[in-house]
Design a protein around this ligand. Structure first.
Ligand code: UD1
Length: 315
């Protein structure tokens, strides 16, 4: 059946953040096309979305022809597909680079060829590296210390190059520590909150690497989705990079405490040696994004409560 809905491509649309973006796009009346190879994404993440509003292409973002097929007819692209694991990038910099940088270039080139209006890219706070100055501002020097961070920065730079040189509008969102439903807790390097919650529902105490005073700017996935949808069409967003964090740091001890409080447990964290290479604190200056109208709505406590409820329902 013919449709006059605008089609939006979401690479990695079966993954943690991508599937939430797809859901929000469909709710807003767009048609979402997903390109995903299901390496970490899952079809069950999009199972609740009405099938007439989505198209799923199972394929690889590293394959140029596949990306060209996927992008044709799309006005916007959210490029979320990536190897999200820093340790994998350290163990296999060449293989990871093909996905975390090479695929971005594929997407940009296909966007240029097929006249996509705007590409929104899933960047990372990893581009700041371990330089201790806080909060992180977008204008600060970047100094990534892992292949993952370097690929994210190279992708940003190439995106801005396509914006200036070829007129493909490009926006980079530097995600801080995103948490929420569908974040996979299965690897030791998954987001700490997903790991803690997974253990908690099994009644197992969290393991904290170090003293637990280290802090992160945790941001709930629905606020990250709102940032994506805001910069998708905002006239002042093109050609720019934005931090996506609440601008507040929460320590791991506080997270463990909140989780006990929300569930009635009194699990005492088990402390182990600090993780090599860990940064101590991370916090975003989000002035640039809030000036566009973004307002993070979900507190850490409310986000944790929603997440625990979702995990308990699924269990
Ligand atoms: C996060 C990103 C990473 C990015 C980096 C840059 C995630 C999952 N990772 O890493 O992609 O490069 O920001 O800023 O968002 N911890 C525990 N116990 C656990 C697991 C973790 O104590 O079971 C600790 C870690 O040692 C660390 C903190 O929790 O101190 C956060 O860890 P993690 O969720 O992996 O995120 P980042 O290290 O901040």
């Amino acid at each position: 059946m013919a449709t006059d809905k605008i089609t939006v491509l979401v690479t990695g649309g079966c993954g943690f953040i991508g599937s939430h973006i797809v859901e929000a796009l469909v709710k807003k009346g767009y048609k979402a096309r997903i390109l995903d190879n299901l390496s970490t994404g899952k079809l069950e993440n999009i199972a609740a979305i009405p099938s007439e509003d989505i198209e799923v292409l199972l394929g690889d973002v590293t394959d140029h022809a596949t990306v060209e097929t996927a992008i044709q007819g799309c006005e916007y692209v959210f490029h979320e597909a990536a190897i999200a694991s820093v340790p994998i990038s350290v163990n296999d910099p060449v293989g990871t680079d093909k996905i975390n940088y090479g695929a971005t270039l594929n997407v940009l080139e296909a966007a240029r060829k097929y006249g996509v209006r705007r590409v929104v890219f899933a960047g990372s706070a990893a581009v700041y590296g371990d330089e201790p100055t806080l909060p992180k501002r977008e204008s600060m020097p970047t100094n990534p210390i892992t292949p993952y961070g370097v690929d994210k920065l190279a992708s940003e730079l190439m995106g801005h190059c396509y914006n200036r040189t070829f007129g493909v509008e490009f926006v980079c969102l530097r995600y801080f520590n995103v948490f929420g439903r569908r974040q996979d807790p299965s690897s030791p390097y998954s987001g700490v909150i997903s790991i803690f919650c997974d253990r908690l529902v099994q009644g197992v105490a969290p393991v904290i690497f170090g003293d637990g005073q280290q802090s992160r700017d945790f941001v709930y996935v629905s606020d990250v989705v709102a940032a994506n949808l805001l910069v998708m069409e905002h006239p002042d967003a093109a050609g720019r990079t934005f931090n996506v964090g609440r601008g507040k740091a929460t320590s791991l001890l506080d997270i463990a405490h909140l989780l006990n409080d929300l569930t009635g447990h009194s699990l005492q964290p088990i402390h182990k040696e600090p993780r090599p290479g860990d940064i101590r604190h991370s916090i975003a200056d989000n002035t640039a994004l809030t000036a566009l109208g973004w307002l993070p709505k979900v507190t850490i406590r409310d986000g944790l409560a929603e997440l625990i409820e979702a995990i308990q329902i699924a269990a």
